[in-house]
Design a protein around this ligand. Structure first.
Ligand code: GNR
Ligand code: NI
Length: 171
């Protein structure tokens, strides 16, 4: 397993729309292992493949707490098939936008259809943090970032700050 470098704002790779996965094979399982290792190392509670530069529709999540047994979840070709009317607000962050946090309102519950790590069709009714995290990660597969759900003024400030930081690091 390998820890991969994370793609950081304003890299245009983050705006790519990821393509469906056609075959769940050993290569894909290796990619999911690398994504989990990269997520645990960061540390984060979720990661989409595009965040390590792979434009494929796969994401990983682990909401277990420190010291608890790990609960790695792999979602391949996930699709939101229904969303609740009621909303909830969470303070979100993103490994591709380090050290920036903002409140985002989203549907409180979602039902997501997906393939698991073995390629078997599954469906989950998620609420709480899992619902928020699944929506945040599925947004990544569509080139959408959590800052797209905040005010334009705040979003432009964040993008400006990260653009400056990237320029000062470039050689
Ligand atoms: O680690 C993460 N924490 C988090 C907190 C609130 C809502 C969403 C997230 S996902 C984020 C990791 C990440 O960037 N996934 O794409
Ligand atoms: Ni993110």
């Amino acid at each position: 397993m390998t820890i991969k470098p994370l793609i950081i704002l304003p890299d245009p790779v983050l705006r790519q729309v990821s393509k469906p996965i056609e075959r769940v094979d050993a290569d894909l399982q290796r990619l999911s292992d690398d994504m989990l290792e990269t997520m645990y190392d960061a540390p984060g509670i979720g990661l989409a493949a595009i965040q390590i530069g792979v434009p494929r529709r796969m994401l990983v999540i682990d909401l277990s707490k420190e010291g608890e047994e790990k609960q790695p979840l792999v979602f391949i070709n996930p699709e939101i098939v229904s969303s609740s009317e009621d909303r909830s607000v969470y303070e979100e962050g993103c490994l591709s936008i380090p050290d920036y946090y903002a409140e985002v309102e989203r549907p409180a519950k979602v039902t997501v259809k997906y393939l698991d790590r073995e390629g078997k069709e599954q469906s989950v009714e998620a609420d709480g943090l899992l619902a928020t995290c699944l929506q945040h990660e599925i947004d990544h597969l569509n080139g959408v970032l959590f800052i797209d759900h905040i005010s334009r003024l705040k979003r432009e400030m964040v993008i400006k700050k990260f653009t400056k930081a990237a320029k000062s690091k470039a050689l």
